[in-house]
Design a protein around this ligand. Structure first.
Ligand code: PLP
Length: 370
């Protein structure tokens, strides 16, 4: 087996989930497990949630119908699964067959749903665009769409939702505007006596900082996996990173002052030093932008990565320390006194933790710690 692996700490996953659940009180929690649970392994994460009995998430959410089918085939048969992708005509049969809840986003979908004429009612959620500007029926047209949907015999409206564009920013003005647009729609629907099922809006940023947005259900993604969505949110829930990236020192060599390391000679030794290599690279999600800046922990001490990150291998300058081939190196994770996190990589790469964990490649085996 490869010496490099991602260790997924299921205890931390459940710790984060329980903290989120406690914070949102009576609201239900939808666990967002799309993109292979943000790189952590969808099936294993969902199976872990399933052990929680009546405390488990009320819904799971995915981005693609294929992801939902994968869950169903892994015997996640009972829990509702919402798919965020707008429903297409070609996929409707499969949604019904696998009991996956589709997302309705525009008037065209009503025509083929009505024509489909399924004997049994199937549940749908409606995504309302209150300002995200991505998918969803525009908030100005939402009441009309939902009223028409309510009159279609073969569907039941199980939920309505919206998605915040800026809940992870310090300034919540726009998120509040979005929330108010959404609340106005809910009020109109109530006045029209339209049963819209569960209303949900809050993603991790809103779960941390906008309690008024909890409504019937919240949708937590990145917070489940132990990261705050940005450095601007509060840390009102204690979170523990779930993923560690671990490998072993693969080679070691002494280089002289003036010698260089890796493509492009981006590291030139200022003095005689020991360089170790580790068998992991940008093909595994160690982005090239981390060159000369990321840190690795060996024997509870941090060392700087040096020389361009290559496809399958990266190098570290370990000075004249007693580091040996086979020593454990932590690229993301914690040792006794040291820690390096996906957030540290985000600062170097000017990105968000989502991109880091989702970007850890398929060829990095996931090892689950229970
Ligand atoms: C529609 C929708 N809801 C909820 C989430 C979860 O967001 P977060 O990971 O910030 O909690 C996502 C993730 O991108 C999403 O697309």
């Amino acid at each position: 087996m490869r010496s490099t692996f991602a260790e997924i700490d299921i205890r931390n996953l459940l710790f984060n989930y329980i903290g989120i659940k406690r914070k949102v009180g009576k609201s239900k929690v939808m666990a967002v497990v799309k993109a292979d649970a943000y790189g952590h392994g969808m099936i294993e994460c969902v199976k872990a949630f399933e052990t929680l009995g009546d405390k488990k998430p009320a819904y799971y959410a995915v981005a693609l119908l294929e992801e939902a089918i994968e869950l169903r085939k892994a015997r996640i048969t009972k829990q509702p699964i919402l798919c965020f992708a707008p429903l297409t005509k070609a996929e409707l049969d499969e949604y019904i067959r696998y009991k996956v809840i589709p997302t309705i986003t525009d008037f065209d979908q009503l025509k083929f749903i009505e024509k489909h004429g399924s004997a049994k009612k199937f549940p749908v959620h409606i995504n309302i665009d209150t300002g995200m500007g991505r998918v969803g029926i525009k908030f100005t047209q939402a009441v009309e769409l939902i009223s028409r949907l309510a009159n279609i015999r073969n569907v039941v409206i199980d939920g309505v939702y919206t998605h915040f564009a800026t809940s992870d920013e310090k300034d919540k003005t726009f998120a509040e505007l979005q929330l108010n647009r959404f609340l106005d729609i809910l009020n109109e629907l109530k006045e029209l006596n339209i049963n819209y099922g569960s209303a949900h809006a809050a993603n991790s940023g809103a779960i941390l900082d906008i309690p008024e947005s909890y409504l019937d259900m919240v949708r937590s993604g990145i917070s489940l996996y132990g990261y705050y969505p940005s450095t601007e949110t509060s840390e009102s829930i204690k979170l523990k990173p779930v993923m560690s990236i671990v490998s072993k020192v693969s080679t070691a060599s002494i280089i002289k002052k003036g010698d260089s390391v890796s493509y492009g000679r981006k590291f030139i030794a200022g003095e005689k030093t020991k360089i170790v290599s580790v068998a992991v690279g940008y093909a595994d999600g160690i982005r090239r932008g981390l060159t000369n800046r990321m840190m690795g922990i060996i024997r509870d001490k941090k060392y700087r990565q040096v020389g361009n990150v290559t496809m399958d291998r990266i190098m570290f300058d370990v000075n004249d320390d007693n580091i040996k081939i086979g020593d454990k190196i932590i690229l993301i994770g914690k040792s006794k006194n040291q820690e390096t996190t996906a957030m540290d990589w985000c600062k170097i790469l000017n990105t968000i933790p989502y991109e880091i964990t989702c970007g850890i490649g398929k060829r990095v085996p996931r090892i689950y710690k229970y």
